[in-house]
Structure formats: C-alpha cells, structure tokens
Design a protein around this ligand. Sequence first.
Ligand code: XMP
Length: 319
Amino acid sequence: DWKMDSFVENSIKAIREKIGAGKVLCALSGGVDSSVAAVILSKAIGKQLTCVFLDHGLLRKDEGDDVESVFGPSGHYDLNFIRVNCQQRFYDKLAGVSDPETKRKIIGEEFIRVFEEEAKKIGTVDFLVQGTIYPDVIESGLGKSAVIKSHHNVGGLPDYVDFKEIVEPLRDLFKDEVRKAGLELGIPEKLVFRQPFPGPGLAIRIIGEVTEAKVKIVQEADFIYREEIAAAGVDKDLGQYFAALTNMRSVGVMGDERTYDYAIALRAVTTTDFMTGEAAHIPWEVLSKVTNRIVNEVPHINRVLYDCTGKPPATIEFE
Ligand code: XMP
C-alpha cells in the first residue's frame, strides 16, 4: 500500500525532527492505537522511547505475556519496555466493591497512581505519546484543541507526569488506516485486528465484586469462546464478543452431585459504531460446542447463557 508506505515514512521523518534527542514516554495498553503509535515512535527514535505497560490483572487470558512477547526484550522492536505487574494492587483496591461506576473510578485512579510511580522512576520526560486518532479529534470539535483520550475515561491529560509536549502520530488516521499502518509496520495481525477491549478490562465483565478467582473463571471461559468463534470463522462478522461472569448462581447436577455454581453469559454483537448494535446470530453448533467446553473445562460454571439483547436497551458490556 503506497499511501500507507509514505504515511509511515513521512511520520517517522516528522517525529525525528520534532523529538530531536528528547525522551519519550508511552502508556502502552496493547490495543491497536497505542501499539501502532509506539511502533512508529520506536522506528523513529528507538531507545529514546520508553513504553510502560500495566498488567493490572484484569486483562484477558495470556494478554500480558502476548503484549510482552511483541514489545518486550525478546520482541521485534527497538525500545525500552517496562511491564508493571500490579495485579494484586488492583485486586486489593477492588475487594468488596460491586458498584460498576465505583469500580471504573477505582481502576482509573489506581492506573494513574501506578503509571505516575513508573514515570517518576524514569525521570524527566520530554514528550508523552497519545494514541489519538482522527475520530477523537473530530469529537472534540473541529479544529479546536485535541481531545486527549484518557486511558480509562477519567482525568484527561495526565498532569502527574512532567513533560513538555504531546506527540500524536495517528491524529490524521481513521481506524482502518491505523490498522493498515500497523500491518505496514509489521505488527502481528492478532494485535492489529484485536477487538476493542475496555480500559477497566474484565472488571466490567464480572457483575458485582471482582475477585482474583472470578477473573480466572471469566478468562478461561472467554478464551474458549474466542477460540471456538475463530475456529468457526465467524469472528470477522462480529463487532465485539466476549464472555462475562454473572453473579447469579443456580442449581445444577454433575454425576450424582448437586452443584450450586455460577452462570457465564456469552455476548456477541454486530455493530458499526458501538453506539447501537444487534445480538449476533451465532450458529447454534458453535454456541453448543462453546457451552460444552466451558462447563467441562471451567470450574464453578454449571450454566451458560447467550445474551439476545440489542443495544439499546442493553449495553455491549454488562456494566
Ligand atoms: P457499552 O457497554 O457502553 O460499550 O455499550 C460501548 C463500547 O465502549 C467500550 N467500553 C469502554 N471502554 N472504558 C473503555 O475504555 C470503559 O469504561 C468502557 N465501557 C465500555 C465497550 O467495550 C464497547 O466497545
């Protein structure tokens, strides 16, 4: 793609001029925008870039390792990569909390706190990377100031990190162009075509209180669901799909034993803008296979439900 080719080339040149010998900090989430932004920066200025990736224990199964394998020392790119394992901190903060907005707030604040601590260790930073894309810019009112996408819908521009300027390499791109640039830059397809994943992560896919044990359950169920959806080849048609853990327990039977365990809800929506959506028509054989695997492979699940609700009136996420 010659157009993307020259976009990548030109932005690398422009970034080199802008940054000079400066130090750059990037909060890497593993999502497509922050990943593409980080790789462009890395191609332009190499080790002047430090990427901080927080594994807050609310990511999907193996996601922390997947991100590390791409961006870490054994990965493909020239940059400083810091993975912060702060799982327990987040579990501790979330203990006993069941209100959805309170959970979001706690996660957002703790994220900032951890990121701030890491930034302090790095010392003076000249530039902060933002994965702002064109639709974010329009949303903020054409031509006015850039909207600064906060990582978790809280706070806005991080004022807790000392830096001189923002660098936004994706400001002129639409989502599909960001993906093209990502492919051009050799970022693995798995990452480039990753479905959207909310900042608060699995915390809003566990209804009610979040515990480490519940995170494990929803991770395993979600992994099976994604694996079977991909195997059936229906993933390309879906806007977003995932498993969520309800806080409903119900009676079941296993061998001669009565069980009293949780229900997993499967969600899949078709949508173009994520503002509205329809429940996807997943083939019954696929749902049935996923159900069998989940009840057989995931402890403490004895029931699997499919969410048939569109948005509105439901939301895509459960909280
Ligand atoms: P809902 O559930 O509101 O989701 O229909 C619409 C889209 O937004 C994502 N979403 C979030 N993303 N922080 C995020 O970064 C959040 O708190 C959040 N809540 C929802 C959701 O995954 C879907 O793509």
